[in-house]
Design a protein around this ligand. Sequence first.
Ligand code: KG4
Ligand code: ZN
Length: 340
Amino acid sequence: MTQKNCYILGIESSCDDTAAAVINNGEIRSNVVATQAIHEQYGGVVPELASRAHQQNIVPVVHQALRIANIDKNQLSAIAFTRGPGLMGSLLVGTSFSKSLALGLGIPLIDVNHMQAHILAHFIKAEGQTAPNFPFLAMTISGGHTQIVKVTDYFEMEIIGQTIDDAVGEAFDKSAKILGLPYPGGPLVDKYAQQGNPKAFKFPKPKVGPMDFSFSGLKTSVLYFVEKEVAQNPDFISENIADICASIQFTIVDYLMDKLKNAVKKTGIKEVAIGGGVSANSGIRNALKEAEKKYGWKTHIPKFEFCTDNAAMIAMVGELKYKTQNFAENNVVASARMKF
Ligand code: KG4
Ligand code: ZN
């Protein structure tokens, strides 16, 4: 089969987004995501509700992805799906659906590691997006992940640092919740932060390994700080929201940059690629631009739709694996703790 008529369907269902996308020769023909609103009222993802919503969403989402790509399912060359890591109940929906569809159509099945996919999303051909050169450092920062990976080739990756507790997105969301902001609060913290003084209040940066992260202490210190201030002035939050958000954001971004600097120093690699929902943050974007000027780094951030959980990145990995006929057996099982 030539590259031209190779169409791969990617399916993602590892957490709370049901997604399907079609890739053709490195270009995304459709990228559909059904985000599950049900979790908002609980302030976080409820696994059982996520699995049920995936069950409801998966058929319409796949139909829509095929319709937008303007192809029939019989034109597909392979099905790529997220095998893990993620929530088991959520992964099972995408895995079972993909296995059945591949079997029914008589085409290969390709299993994809979600964390590798966040990194390989940088190789999607899209306007304004440049693929990094090997070797590079990839930092994936989202509501579910915080890790720094040394990437030597498409499938040669080594985790060199990661969180020992919460993910960075959780640190944003939990701090936002303490301030009475709705879930997910990260984007709102970012919005207020842009009008505030980042040095107004000081929060501690937890000490762990040089490239590892810990965020659970930050939310506790934000909580104690806010409780203490509100006891003296009930309007403290509303009167200082911009300064509080700017200070929290400054602490988090500075911490992420410290870890990246340590990774650059240790590996000697100055090409840095960022992915995951938190890469939308204005603070980290500005800090990376500054690092380009100050330290001569080369940095990459994919288009936002390829940063958050999406199936385009799964389809991208599918295409890379398809080229080397790296297929899964039909008895492949979902893996909640899948490693690289
Ligand atoms: O990648 P993503 O959509 O989903 C997963 O968690 O896998 O990331 C969502 C996370 C949430 O924690 C959200 O608050 C955070 O990304 N986020 C942000 C911003 N935009 C999204 N955090 C800080 N600043 C932002 N602008
Ligand atoms: Zn993810």
